[in-house]
Write a protein that binds this ligand. Structure first.
Ligand code: 7RM
Length: 635
């Protein structure tokens, strides 16, 4: 019991040491004391990073929704589980109690079953941030279906790619969504996507905005009438510990997104345990994470982690700028938020606005602030600390990934002294390693290298859907016996970690992971484009923005450049989504390449970042002459 809630630094070090020396005993105790199981495990951990293969809580049986819902009904039936704050001010907030949520999930599970969804089937969820999204996720888990939530800002092509990759049978969506003072035609996007998805036999539609939409006979059904008729109980499907719970796509360095597969037991144990400690969660708290459930942060720290702890978790449908830039602070005051978890990009955007938007509100309920998604710069950290936390709420800078399922490096608030821009110490059970250029682990402090994790943790993704080889190649082949994160990091004199950013071809824009390859693929499809390369450059709000270097075909040379730029961005918007649009496009005669034909993005990054003093040795390039030309015309 005592290990479940770390209270001071000595205790952290002691529990950490124990968790690393006796990982099986440690996680067994956590799993035993804080969750309900249908069958106990035979073995806590089996692993082999070469295969790679990882099994936690072998042969245990459970249903995660019994842990997130049923077991709270005795003690928390009337406690608010989900506090829904709508986009529109005219609409009242909704307090959905644990018993109400349980009922809604059971009804939804019955609807899924009645529409042919069985254990192991994949269901795509493409919904805005409304309670039905959480209900749909939990209902899938209850029937044993594997949910694949696709962020409702993705385009129809991105959606159909994800639906087809894992053969979803069903899509759950809404007529539309509210976003500030706009509405978005979600069902229209789904209709276009489904022209390419022959396996989808059923579409359930939430009526959110009351718009007129097309309903395809025999395929599409409004959800509400089905729920009205559904039975209010549903016996949870019994799941094996290692059965897949969900698939969530993340971009990689080739064009195809990677469907990361998370499994039931380890994911539950780790997200619940990290939630409790990293947010120092107490029974009366009102916790708010501003992420969308379409990202891993929403899966782990809006839905599963909080609900497994019987917490009150806020779901906000809107945007930070509507009706004005005070909306976040208004919500904190209105619901007396105790933990507030957001992204550096949101902090930077709000820090640009007048401080009056903050000063109008009483933020004294706050106890813990969090950030996630990208490195937070010092200036944003101080703004957050001074103006939102009033220097009394510790900031937890939480480092983790879609692949890791839960937070791996973070302070524990009121326990770990924080330092701006540092994610500080590994969480309990996490064993980081920094690797040097020769592939050797650096064991001393005050070093910088590539960040690996050298021992399994319960919530790690087990595979990439349909492509285990890619899983091995991406994460377990760079350093033998270690999980490679793709990030660089430094470890300071006291052993604190600071994440320095991606070392591969992934760019983080506004906290969203964008692979360069899919964007380049999209640009290259434009008839006037021969070749392209994308790099990130520093942007004061988004963290990074995208800079595209584009070689035109001869046929494109005569075209109006401004029109071409518009068309290229239009194409990216359609194929990937507006998030991947380029801020700058430079037409170039060639791209710097190595002799083996690899684009030297390092050089392009320096040019885009206006840091050309030290380009390094370019004489070994295939075409050193293009570099000067690109520099002369840089934007
Ligand atoms: C949770 C999430 C993962 C990538 C990761 C990093 C970057 C995330 C931090 C961070 C510095 C942080 N999942 N990243 N958190 N960098 N400090 N606290 O964001 O799969 O979408 O992205 O995000 O590069 O590898 S993700």
């Amino acid at each position: 019991m005592s290990n479940y809630h770390i209270k001071h630094l000595e205790e952290y070090f002691q529990v950490y040491r124990n968790s690393v020396r006796n990982p099986e005993e440690f996680w067994e105790e956590i799993a035993e004391e804080h969750f309900v199981w249908r069958r106990r495990w035979d073995k806590v951990l089996k692993w082999d990073f070469d295969a790679p293969e990882v099994t936690w809580f072998q042969n245990a049986q459970l249903n995660i929704t019994e842990n997130c819902l049923d077991r709270h009904l005795d003690t928390r039936a009337n406690k608010t589980a989900i506090l829904f704050e709508p986009n529109n001010l005219e609409e009242a907030a909704q307090h959905i109690s644990y018993s109400e949520l349980h009922l809604r999930v059971c009804k939804m599970a019955n609807v899924l079953r009645a529409n042919g969804i069985q254990k192991g089937d994949r269901v795509c969820i493409y919904l805005p941030m409304i309670p039905e999204l959480a209900v749909a996720v939990l209902a899938c888990a209850r029937v044993g279906a594997i949910h694949s939530v696709v962020f409702a800002g993705f385009s129809s092509i991105a959606l159909s790619t994800r639906i087809n990759d894992c053969d979803c049978k069903m899509v759950i969506t809404s007529d539309g969504s509210y976003r500030g003072n706009k509405t978005i035609d979600l069902k229209g996007i789904v209709d276009v996507a489904l022209e390419d998805c022959s396996e989808v036999s059923s579409v359930l539609v939430v009526n959110r905005i009351g718009s007129t939409i097309q309903m395809k006979e025999g395929r599409d059904q409004w959800l509400q009438p089905l729920l009205d008729k559904a039975k209010s109980t549903f016996t949870a499907e019994i799941m094996d510990a290692e059965d897949p719970l969900f698939i969530l796509y993340t971009s990689g360095s080739t064009g195809k997104p990677k469907g990361m597969v998370h499994t039931c037991a380890g994911y539950m144990v780790y997200t619940a345990y990290t939630f409790k400690n990293i947010f120092q969660y107490r029974e009366q708290d009102v916790y708010w994470c501003t992420a969308d459930i379409g990202w891993i942060t929403g899966h782990s720290y809006i839905v599963y982690g909080p609900l497994a702890n019987g917490a009150t978790t806020v779901m906000f449908e809107g945007v930070p700028s509507y009706p004005d830039y005070g909306r976040f602070w208004d919500i904190i005051e209105k619901h007396k938020i105790t933990q507030f978890y957001t992204a550096p990009t949101a902090i930077r955007a709000l820090a640009k606005e007048k401080l009056e938007f903050v000063e109008k509100y009483d933020l004294s309920s706050l106890k813990v602030l969090g950030t996630v998604g990208e490195p937070i710069n010092e200036e944003a950290w101080h703004w957050y600390n001074n103006n939102i936390g009033k220097r009394k709420s510790p900031i937890v800078d939480t480092w983790w990934q879609t692949e890791t399922g839960g937070i791996l490096i973070s302070p524990i608030p009121y326990v770990t002294p924080t330092t701006p821009t540092y994610a500080t110490l590994p969480f309990i059970g996490i064993q980081p390693a920094l690797m040097d250029e020769n592939g050797e682990e650096m064991r001393e402090n005050q070093v910088e290298g590539r960040l690996c994790i050298k021992f399994p943790w319960p919530s790690m993704a087990r595979t990439i859907w349909g492509n285990h080889d890619r899983y091995r190649d991406t994460y377990f082949s760079a350093y033998k016996g270690k999980y490679f994160t793709g990030d660089g990091a430094l470890r300071d004199a006291v052993g604190y970690y600071r994440i320095t950013g991606r070392v591969d071809d992934v760019i983080i824009v506004s906290g969203h992971n964008l692979g360069t390859a899919p964007i380049e693929d999209s640009i290259n499809e434009h008839p006037a484009v021969a070749e392209s390369a994308i790099v990130g450059f520093p942007h004061d709000v988004k963290g990074n923005a995208l800079y595209g270097f584009v070689i035109l075909k001869e046929t494109g040379e005569g075209r109006d450049r401004e029109n071409l730029k518009k068309e290229i961005n239009q194409q990216i918007t359609e194929q990937i989504g507006p998030i991947a649009k380029l801020d700058k496009i430079q037409f170039v005669p060639g791209l710097p390449k190595t002799r083996s034909g690899k684009i030297m993005r390092r050089i392009l990054r320096k040019i885009a970042g206006k840091d050309t003093k030290n380009l390094g040795d370019i004489s070994t390039l295939l075409n050193p002459e293009v570099v000067q030309d690109i520099m002369d015309k840089a934007l």
